[in-house]
Design a protein around this ligand. Structure first.
Ligand SMILES: Cc1ncc(COP(=O)(O)O)c(C=O)c1O
Length: 344
């Protein structure tokens, strides 16, 4: 359902607001100074999150960006390169921050939906460490945001990560939306995570918590991540007030499948009405990619009209318009969106 003021926001799943249950839990959270490891709610969250993804330990962080940055800092040395899909968030949005924080460079490959192949790893490693910089980390993204919320299948991750390990690389997963991958495929997040040393995931996207992400991995590496978090000024004190909401988000992760059904419904309505705008078959999770050229009018005018009716959408990029479903929109909002596009 739209927000209480009637706004239906399709820009991102990050716009989700905390539920009443989360707000109550936040108000009532037991807290302590987390820099002294005294916050019982944050400690419980870290234990629960590590268990869910099958890792030894976890460190709660304010954002997915910080989670990725810390994972890269902890697993590389300045001058190293990190192997990534060219459209990955860590390379394409965080961009210069990895080089600034960790002193690394990016070694990018073009992929189908974020599916880096073992052959690409071999190719990159051919000259790495001799005439070219060392490549020491492979970073996945699952689900893949800029590839339209697509899932990188477990067998692809397992095979390519195994090849990377054979070359001596460590492996990180930007799993900002790993539970969307779980909900879409039935493959457990822990199975995806088992292909990597570290994984970060976000509570603040489709899971609906107001703030927070977490990095999970082996205990010694998480000790280093905790130290680096403090070094960057991310040591939080009575952080249980936000960890409380994150615990509820983690518990309720299976509901993400509803967002996927809604995205499919949206793609079907669009494809029915304007063939070529969206392909329901390619909607794997909670994102719909709309071909701007197939819309029945100018995208600027459409977005303006929708905004006047309280329907928010993101700006298109490279001819694609991304629409995202989440717990704070429903079928009635999708119907309003489609009607708004048509109203010329
Ligand atoms: C795949 C992916 N990774 C990381 C992030 C960064 O998360 P945050 O906005 O919490 O820094 C995002 C944000 O949208 C994302 O989509």
């Amino acid at each position: 359902m739209a927000f209480p003021d009637g706004t239906a926001d399709f820009r991102s799943d990050t716009v989700t607001r905390p539920t009443e249950e989360m707000r109550r839990a936040m108000a009532e959270a037991a807290v302590g100074d987390d820099v002294y490891a005294d916050d019982p709610t944050a400690n419980a969250l870290e234990e629960e999150a590590a268990a869910v993804v099958g890792k030894e330990a976890a460190v709660f962080v304010p954002t997915g960006t910080m989670g990725n940055q810390l994972a890269v800092m902890a697993q590389t040395r300045p001058g190293d390169e990190v192997l990534v899909d060219e459209l990955s968030h860590i390379r394409n949005v965080e961009r210069g921050w990895g080089p600034a924080h960790a002193g690394i460079g990016w070694r990018t490959v073009a992929t189908d939906g974020g599916r880096i192949t073992p052959g690409q790893v071999d190719e990159v490693m051919e000259l790495a460490g001799s005439m070219f910089p060392r490549v020491t980390l492979l970073a996945w993204e699952n689900t893949h945001n800029l590839h339209g919320g697509r899932v990188v299948p477990l067998d692809v991750m397992a095979e390519t990560s195994a090849r990377a390990r054979r070359h001596g690389l460590r492996v990180h997963i930007d799993g900002a939306r790993i539970f969307n991958a779980e909900a879409a495929t039935g493959t457990k997040a822990s199975e995806f995570a088992a292909t990597a040393d570290t994984i970060q995931f976000c509570f603040s996207k489709g899971l609906g918590a107001p703030i927070g992400s977490i990095v999970c991995g082996p205990k010694d590496l998480m000790d280093e991540v905790r130290y680096l978090r403090k070094r960057l000024g991310g040591g939080m004190r009575q952080v249980g007030v936000i960890a409380a909401a994150a615990r509820i988000a983690l518990r309720d992760r299976e509901r993400l499948v509803e967002d996927h059904h809604l995205a499919r419904y949206l793609a079907e309505r669009l494809a029915e009405r304007w063939p070529g705008t969206a392909d329901p078959e390619t909607v794997e999770t909670n994102m719909v990619r709309v071909d701007v050229a197939a819309l029945p009018g100018d995208i600027g005018a459409i977005r303006q009209r929708l905004a006047e009716d309280g329907i928010l959408t993101g700006a298109p990029a490279a001819g694609w318009w991304r629409l995202v479903t989440h717990r704070d929109v429903d079928r009635a909002d999708v119907d309003r969106l489609v009607a708004g596009i048509a109203a010329d």
